[in-house]
Design a protein around this ligand. Structure first.
Ligand code: ARG
Length: 466
């Protein structure tokens, strides 16, 4: 069945039919599509645009189509161009000609985008829940294993000692901002487009507020061209997804490093690893590698959609049909990656001894040494130079900071006293970083407490009506 056959004399070429069809990917919108049609039919009946009996018949028929689809009993036909066409054909087969009245005062243009807005809103509720789960997994591990001291890096060179907990918690805060971006995007998806018609509104006395309320939208679009033409909510979703994936990818990259023999900070569970067909000894961190790889794919979805949108004249153009595959691909990928990363985090084994050995590097507390002199009154810049000299001589003599004797320290500066030997211990370095957001154990405790609150809030982020 075609929704537009009237003015045509011949059928489209087979390849055109296939090229034009979106059913293979917009089938997943059947729930949204039928919900939108139910709300529209109800409104048409209540406003008297169609008779109450017609509305009742349409609503009953739509519910039957929904049941068939839910039960996988609906038979899609070769000619169904998209989900909207399939539902209307199915309705016609159930209730006859009156089905055609459902199309009064609306177009596929406002219908398709309304379906997608509903889909995005529901999906965001799922994403924030999954982000909260990963945040919780990271926070749990920070609480149980977080005290382990490890090297903190800049330029992938050992920089200052930190704790595993501090490192894991950094991702919790990134993820919370990711969730916030989705929640914010949801407020802009939450605008009813239906009632915009094809582009210019409709001559029928429709009640858009009634439809909005029925579908759980809190706002209606104020301009019909905007209502059908823009997909900024899809772009925002994709941007939020790409940023989240970028965070996951950085973490994945770190896990790949940490689980290597060279680092040996952690072991990935066998349940999230795979082997090699030729090298019997291999246990590869594929879960993390796939997450890292899929970050590229989601960024690609964002780029694809930005490129689709950038030259489009108002209002609807068929290019907009491309919105769905990019969105669905990003949404499916992101949700899978969040689930996998949660599993990976929950099943990692950390090696606190390897981490602390790696942290106990020759010069990792050099900053503490410079701070020591600065506390005693020396300008930090001068302290930096002196400690730089100490490091230079140590490198020359193949010594570590902890090998430098008290007398040698005194030669560099009379400000050095016995307590300097304590200051350069890695444990002390960590304990003394008590500045807000620093790596001290107390600061970690407050981060964990804050995160528990954030996680609870994210789990409650569901907007009323969904
Ligand atoms: N399948 C189409 C889409 O996803 C529905 C809208 C079709 N509108 C039109 N004017 N041809 O965008």
């Amino acid at each position: 069945m075609k929704l537009w056959g009237g003015r045509f004399e011949t059928e489209p070429a087979e390849i055109m039919e296939e090229f034009n069809a979106s059913l293979s990917f917009d089938r997943r919108l059947y729930r949204e599509d039928i919900a939108v049609s139910l709300a529209h039919a109800m409104m048409l009946g209540k406003t008297g645009i169609i008779t109450a009996d017609d509305a009742k018949a349409i609503i009953k028929g739509l519910k039957e189509v929904l049941t068939d689809m839910e039960k996988d009993k609906f038979v899609y036909s070769h000619g169904d161009e998209d989900i909207h066409t399939a539902v209307e054909r199915g309705l016609g087969e159930k209730i006859g000609e009156v089905a055609g009245k459902l199309r009064t005062g609306r177009s596929r243009n406002d219908q398709a985008v309304t379906d997608l807005r509903l889909y995005v809103m529901t999906d965001i509720d799922q994403v924030t829940e999954l982000v909260a789960e990963l945040m919780a997994a990271l926070t749990d591990r920070a609480e149980t294993d977080g005290g382990a001291i490890m090297p903190g890096y800049t330029h992938l060179q050992k920089a200052q000692p930190i704790t595993l907990g501090h490192h894991l918690m950094s991702y919790v805060f990134m993820l919370d901002r990711d969730a916030a971006r989705f929640v914010s995007c949801r407020t802009r998806a939450d605008i009813l487009s239906l009632g915009s018609g094809a582009l210019a509104g409709t001559t029928f006395p429709i009640d858009r507020d009634m439809v909005a309320k029925e579908l759980g939208f809190t706002k209606i679009s104020a301009n019909s061209l905007d209502g059908v033409a823009d997909r900024d909510f899809v772009l925002e979703y994709l941007a939020a997804a790409a940023i989240t994936m970028t965070h996951l990818s950085r973490f994945a990259e770190e896990l790949i490093l940490w689980t290597s023999r060279e680092f040996g900070f952690a072991k990935m569970s066998e349940s999230f690893s795979t082997g090699s067909s030729i090298m019997p000894q291999k246990k590869n961190p594929d879960a993390a590698e796939l997450v890292r790889g899929k970050a590229g794919r989601v960024t690609g979805d964002l780029m694809a959609m930005l490129t689709v949108m950038k030259g489009l004249p108002l209002a609807y153009n068929k290019d907009l049909q491309e919105d769905k595959e990019a969105l669905f691909d990003a949404a499916d990928t992101l949700k899978k990656c969040l689930r996998v990363m949660t599993g990976v985090v929950q099943t990692l084994t950390f090696d606190a001894v390897r981490m602390s050995k790696a942290a106990d590097d020759d010069f990792i507390t050099a900053t503490d040494l410079a701070d020591y002199l600065a506390v005693k009154g020396m300008p930090f810049s001068a302290a930096h130079t002196i400690v730089g000299n100490i490091v230079k001589i140590c490198v020359r003599k193949n010594k570590r900071l902890t090998d430098v004797t008290m007398e040698e320290y005194k030669d560099f500066s009379p400000l050095f006293e016995r307590d300097v030997l304590d200051v350069i211990r890695i444990k002390r370095s960590v304990e003394r970083r008590v500045s807000a957001g620093g790596v001290s154990p107390d600061q970690l405790k407050s981060q964990i407490a804050a995160a528990r609150g954030m996680i609870a809030e994210r789990r409650n982020d569901k907007t009323p009506g969904t």
